[in-house]
Design a binder for this molecule. Structure first.
Ligand SMILES: [Zn+2]
Length: 460
């Protein structure tokens, strides 16, 4: 079956569209460089949410806390963080009870590993190790032989949350080929428990305490740690490379690429309007919102995930502040739009048969509209039309992704939040290679295209 498809796909009449010219616009290079800085500042979902809030506050957004009253008024800009999730929004000066919401969505978490309880362990040969649990569906092999850090949050006994990161400190070492002679012919088989535990030191077992390293970063006593959510993170900086410096490699492109694009779009609309028209986007007729959720890679079912109540509660609180009745809020939701972005698959030159024969998303060809008959993506005809109009307005090329019938696609936050809220939702993204690798690959130009299209969505 597979061979038949492979032959058909390779010998068929498919024309793969040419990639973009090697001349990458300077704005796209600047956008990618800023994306690299955003990713470096975001080794965990908690850091990503904090970095979004930091950038929003620097752009004049007011930080809201969920357990306090919200001073939301027409003309204001606000940002609210819940654990590893974050929502930022601007309220137009003309907002009223039926003002709709235009939302660009993404997710802050990435697949990898999470620190277990009793994390300090001691392996054979005097190695200090840490106990980690697999988070989501990483390409395990891609995590081998990299310098990794621990990053996340610790909560001290008084309830205070501290963001922590250690810098390069750990490594999951691959077994030498001399001790695994068949590996290149048979493939690498990793036991998720035994073969994934990192090393981080040598010698006297008594002095090994990985939590002490986290406590030191927070400036607290290790005995004062009451709990922690800490992940492993890849530490190599993002970089452009290749012919014309048109390719871009980084950890956590899934999905900090979309998180950064959505945030940049929202902040860009504020900055271009504030010089001439006060605090919110000029001429806007909707509440413009950027929402990024944690826990997408493990199904979104959490208090901060897209299947949880976070987005709905924020929308309801804004509606309430604008004086909406339940009926008026339903009218606002009915006129709202959510464009949810997550990375997708560019055609891999070594495996072109894994794609639909007619729909071949190419790196450098612009963002992708994701379509799935079984609603693994939420896109429908109206949503597709809205997205295509936004791309046309932004002068951004767009392409479509649909799975081969024998290679089922993943899913993302779009269908989950659409099911919850009933807001029309479109799933889009950027085509990348090596999805769920510790280091993924995109074309430099595509994140910038995505951000421009999102800006047009927000302004639409
Ligand atoms: Zn993703």
């Amino acid at each position: 079956m597979t061979d038949q498809n492979l032959t058909t796909a390779q010998s068929g009449p498919v024309e793969i569209a040419p990639v973009q010219p090697a001349v990458v616009p300077q704005e796209a290079r600047a956008h990618a460089a800023d994306l690299g800085e955003f990713i470096a500042a975001s080794p965990s979902s908690y850091h990503a949410a904090a970095e979004v809030a930091r950038r929003a506050q620097a752009a004049g957004f007011t930080l809201l806390t969920e357990d306090a009253a919200w001073p939301v008024t027409p003309g204001g800009r606000y940002v609210v963080v819940r654990d590893g999730s974050v929502i930022a929004f601007t309220v137009p000066a003309t907002a009223g009870p039926t003002t709709p919401f235009t939302i660009v969505g993404a997710h802050t978490d990435s697949t990898g590993f999470k620190l277990k309880p009793k994390p300090t362990t001691h392996g054979a040969g005097g190695w200090w190790q840490v106990g980690v649990e697999v988070y989501g569906g990483p390409l395990l092999n891609s995590w081998l032989d990299r310098e990794l850090e621990l990053a996340g949050r610790i909560v001290t006994h008084d309830g205070t949350e501290h963001l922590v990161r250690t810098g390069p400190m750990l490594r999951i070492p691959q077994l030498a080929i001399h001790l695994d002679r068949g590996v290149n012919d048979n493939g690498l088989a990793l036991d998720k428990q035994r073969h994934t535990q990192p090393v981080w030191g040598l010698g006297d077992a008594q002095s090994a305490d990985v939590l002490a390293a986290l406590a030191a970063d927070a400036g607290v006593d290790p005995a004062d740690i009451g709990g922690y959510d800490v992940v492993l993170a890849e530490t190599q900086p993002a970089r452009a490379f290749g012919a014309g410096q048109a390719l871009f490699a980084s950890a956590r492109l899934d999905n900090l690429l979309s998180t950064h694009a959505g945030l940049t779009a929202l902040l860009g609309r504020v900055s271009t309007s504030s010089a001439s028209a006060g605090s919110t986007s000029e001429g806007s007729t909707s509440v413009e919102m950027f929402a990024a959720f944690d826990h997408e890679e493990i199904g979104s079912a959490s208090r901060s995930g897209a299947a949880g109540p976070f987005l709905e509660e924020v929308l309801v609180r804004i509606s309430t502040a604008l004086g909406a009745t339940a009926e008026e809020r339903s009218r606002a939701f009915a006129a709202s739009l959510h464009v949810s972005s997550d990375v997708g698959h560019a055609v891999h030159p070594n495996y072109p048969e894994r794609h639909d024969p007619a729909n071949h998303p190419v790196a450098g060809g612009g963002p992708i509209l994701k379509i799935n008959a079984n609603q693994r993506y939420a896109t429908d005809a109206h949503g597709a039309a809205a997205w295509n109009a936004a791309c046309r307005d932004a002068g951004v090329p767009t392409q479509e992704f649909v799975s081969s019938n024998v290679v089922p696609c993943g899913s993302t936050i779009g269908p989950i939040s659409a099911t919850r809220l009933g807001i029309r939702t479109v799933d889009v993204g950027v085509p990348i290679l090596s999805m769920h690798s510790a280091r993924e690959l995109t074309a430099v130009v595509d994140p910038w295209y995505l951000s421009r299209a999102m800006s047009a969505v927000l302004g639409g």
